[in-house]
Write a protein that binds this ligand. Sequence first.
Ligand code: NAD
Length: 224
Amino acid sequence: MAAFDLDDTKGAQLESELGERYHHHKVDVSQLDRVETAVVAVEANHGPVRIVVNAAAVPAPAKLLSSRGPISMEVFDKGIKVNLYGPIHVMRSVVAGMAASDPNEDGERGVIINVASGAAYEGQVGQVAYSASKGALVSMTMPLFRELAIHGIRVMTVAPGAFDTPIYDHVPPALKEQLAAQCLFPKRMGRPEEFGLLIEEIVRNPMHNGRTIRLDAGMILGPS
Ligand SMILES: NC(=O)c1ccc[n+]([C@@H]2O[C@H](COP(=O)([O-])OP(=O)(O)OC[C@H]3O[C@@H](n4cnc5c(N)ncnc54)[C@H](O)[C@@H]3O)[C@@H](O)[C@H]2O)c1
């Protein structure tokens, strides 16, 4: 498995934990040239990419109008560049190799999974950039899977609710409790491995195609 992430410390940790199964590449997914170079290296080592999970993202919190004035376009751009351009950069870099690869007995060549968010549907105050980027991933699912079906490539999107990952490392425990309370059942945040189970199911089961699956214990967030 090859992972593109900015975080070298986490990458090294995972490499020592998983050994040969995991290769960290320090890549800023918002930079097309960095993604292209890394994909060429991955293809040279492992052959065409068959499974893509686009999960790198930043929260880019910002209100259209805050006490500091109108939204910073730097923050907005960063949210869109990482969360929306990032997946596009990865998809455009792998798709030619995937489409040219040998299909399995079902004609399938690969699967692309984009990670959106419940914020694509019920964005909260301060999520202008984040919701815009995640909503775009949900909307792109339809044209992408329709286009790529002819190549035997599936496209799915997953929209998680609240999962207890490092994204919440610096968030006060009270806020995490508040989020957990908004899950209908189970009344807790999701565990990373429960997210992984859905990714595995989508990869293994070829009948998953062209949809966005919400994974959120029935949580519907309020305005803020
Ligand atoms: N955890 C949740 O509750 C939750 C809810 C909804 C959606 N999501 C989505 O799930 C995905 C995974 O989130 P997570 O909770 O594991 O967050 P996380 O912060 O733990 O992981 C995000 C990763 O993206 C990397 N990253 C950030 N900018 C990058 C860039 N420019 N190039 C390459 N890597 C970059 C970070 O280093 C980090 O390792 C994200 O797309 C996130 O929006 C998470």
